[in-house]
Design a protein around this ligand. Structure first.
Ligand code: SAM
Ligand code: SF4
Length: 332
């Protein structure tokens, strides 16, 4: 089977899979989940063996890049086994992880040894009190030590900081966060908050800050040039003069990036989501567990699912969120 089989009805080639390995997390970021969120029962979640089988099936069908995410992926027990298993599959170009950084001090070396290509660490503030308010956990120091650990390891590709920017909460830290990333030779992406799940901590219409406003601030401090850098993601990248690093802007509201969307997501319970901003999906679990009533194989089910990929998402800040699942349930 070849990459050309993973083409959706709009001619987009799908070569990037995000896999959520758990919906659980040791943080409670206000824009992502409530403090008293209820998690899935463990037997609803795919086993590591089932995830490995699914990942390898996708790789055989042409997927070149896999990102492991969650919830917090590094709290999943025996994750290293899964990473080694996926990293050793022929045909995969990149195995990356998105993490909140809390486990990096103790796991950084093992992640490198397992074959992880690079890490995205989510960090929205460098201020202790603000960090505790945003994540509802007092763990900034632990995250900073984790970043220090991975900065000392020779990952094949440049690690990255991801920051969600909220007006009145952390928009005064755009420059300090960028400088922090550059000091560690990391790239940084600023993300517009997406209306996923109902939240009570803040009003998304008030905290919305467009990527254009972020870019204006950045240009006052850095000489930026357009970059063709493509990391299989939806970022618009800029190269920072006199460095090897890039700044990315992820703008689901202000710049619809659906036209060249090459990605799909597997949730922790085995649902294949065709779009972050729509509910179009197919339950793959029965095919992964081989308990489906029809005679489709896992590969055939995946191809059938691709036909459901919608042309674009419609995020609208003035309406109630249409997507009631949180990012943690989706696999960000
Ligand atoms: N726990 C890991 C972490 O925080 O990096 C991985 C999962 S988390 C859901 C992945 C990314 O989604 C994080 O960078 C987080 O900041 C982002 N995120 C969560 N909820 C979001 C939202 N409503 N809008 C935009 N980004 C969001
Ligand atoms: Fe956890 Fe990541 Fe969601 Fe924060 S953004 S609550 S770290 S899953």
């Amino acid at each position: 089977m070849s990459a050309s089989e993973l083409v959706d009805p709009f001619g987009r080639h799908i070569n990037y899979l995000r896999i959520s390995v758990t919906d659980r997390c040791d943080f409670r970021c206000t824009y992502c989940m409530d403090e008293d969120v209820s998690f899935l029962p463990k037997n609803h979640i795919l086993s590591l063996e089932e995830i490995a089988l699914t990942a390898k099936t996708f790789i055989n069908m042409g997927v070149k890049r896999i990102r492991i995410t969650g919830g917090e992926p590094l709290v999943r027990k025996n994750l290293l086994w899964l990473l080694e298993s996926i990293a050793s599959a022929d045909g995969l170009d990149e195995l990356t992880i998105t993490t909140n950084g809390s486990q990096l001090k103790k796991m950084g070396q093992s992640l490198y040894d397992a074959g992880v290509t690079r890490l995205n660490v989510s960090l929205d503030t460098l201020q202790t009190e603000r960090f505790t308010q945003l994540t509802r956990r007092n763990k900034l120091q632990q995250v900073l030590e984790g970043i220090e650990t991975i900065a000392g390891l020779p990952f094949p590709k440049t690690n990255k900081i991801n920051s969600v920017v909220l007006k009145h909460y952390n928009d005064d830290e755009i420059i300090p966060l960028t400088q922090f990333a550059l000091n560690y030779n990391m790239d940084i992406s600023f993300i517009e908050e997406m209306p996923l799940g109902l939240i009570t901590s803040h009003d998304r219409q008030i905290t919305y800050l467009s990527s254009n406003e972020v870019l204006t601030k950045l240009k006052q401090h850095y000489e930026l040039s357009d970059s063709n850098e493509k990391t299989a993601g939806p970022s618009q990248y800029y190269k920072v003069a006199n460095t090897q690093n890039h700044i990315g802007l992820i703008s689901p509201h202000s710049h619809n990036f659906c036209g060249d969307c090459n990605r799909i997501r597997l949730t922790a319970e085995g649902r294949l989501l065709l779009c972050l901003g729509n509910e179009h999906s197919l339950e793959l679990k029965p095919y992964i567990r081989n308990t489906n009533q029809d005679s489709l194989t896992l590969q055939e089910a995946i191809i059938k699912a691709l036909a459901l990929k919608p042309e674009k998402h419609h995020f609208n800040l003035t309406e109630e969120p249409q997507i009631l699942r949180f990012m943690s349930a989706t696999g960000g």
